[in-house]
Design a protein around this ligand. Sequence first.
Ligand code: SAH
Length: 255
Amino acid sequence: MDQSTEAPPASLAALVPGTVTLVGGGPGDPGLLTVAGLRALEQADVVLVDHLAPQESLAHCRPDCEQIWVGKLPRGEFVPQERINELLVEHARAGRRVVRFKGGDNFVFGRGGEEWQACAQAGIAVRVIPGVTSSVAAPALAGIPVTHRSLVQGFTVVSGHVPPGDERSQLDWSALARTRTTLVVLMGVKYLPEITRELRAAGMAADTPVAVIAQAGHPQMRQVRGPLDQIAELAQDVRPPAVTVIGEVAGLQLG
Ligand code: SAH
């Protein structure tokens, strides 16, 4: 087939005025933003930026591009999600090319689905440019493959933002302890003691390897490794953002 007659991939096409593009920024290093994501930033009239998105990449925006900070505010508060949704709709209605720029991938604990729904309800067209999610990239940057042929045939990504047993938790931690997949926990720094205790109680071996990888893709990146029954103590001074990898792959030394 004559390739010139093929439409370009949707993610690389020009941004359309009056629409919203959800752009995944990757885990932090500007080099891990996709080419399509970079092109979207270059074209944007307005960008709503999250605190985990790679800030350096904003240098690619046009000088007249309006940048709206909707990440953590100085007092630790966040712009409420409803307000973010309103801003996306308002700017798109004004005919602008709107980019929602987040860390990692917008559809992995990034509220991208909610933002899409809010725009759709307002009659605004949305599309998504996938990002490199920290759930895979943070382990990778630490030299940990989330799957490894001889060891594990899958990985499971969960949120640890509420502790096991909490009424807001939808997870079955004892089932997670038995999946025989690599367990990747995001937002799990605060409740690492509770999570590891729960997995132990569900029968996961005390010596199961665990790695906690913080600030992946940033110059301050660090990792702490240890067995399941000691990792909470070993990693007690680790601050978010961090990804926790639980399973045999966390004990691998590839080289
Ligand atoms: N959409 C993001 C995840 C947002 S939830 C993604 O796909 O990566 C926020 C959590 O992501 C953090 O609490 C942490 O667990 C993880 N995270 C994001 N950036 C990270 C980084 N640079 N290093 C380690 N963990 C990171």
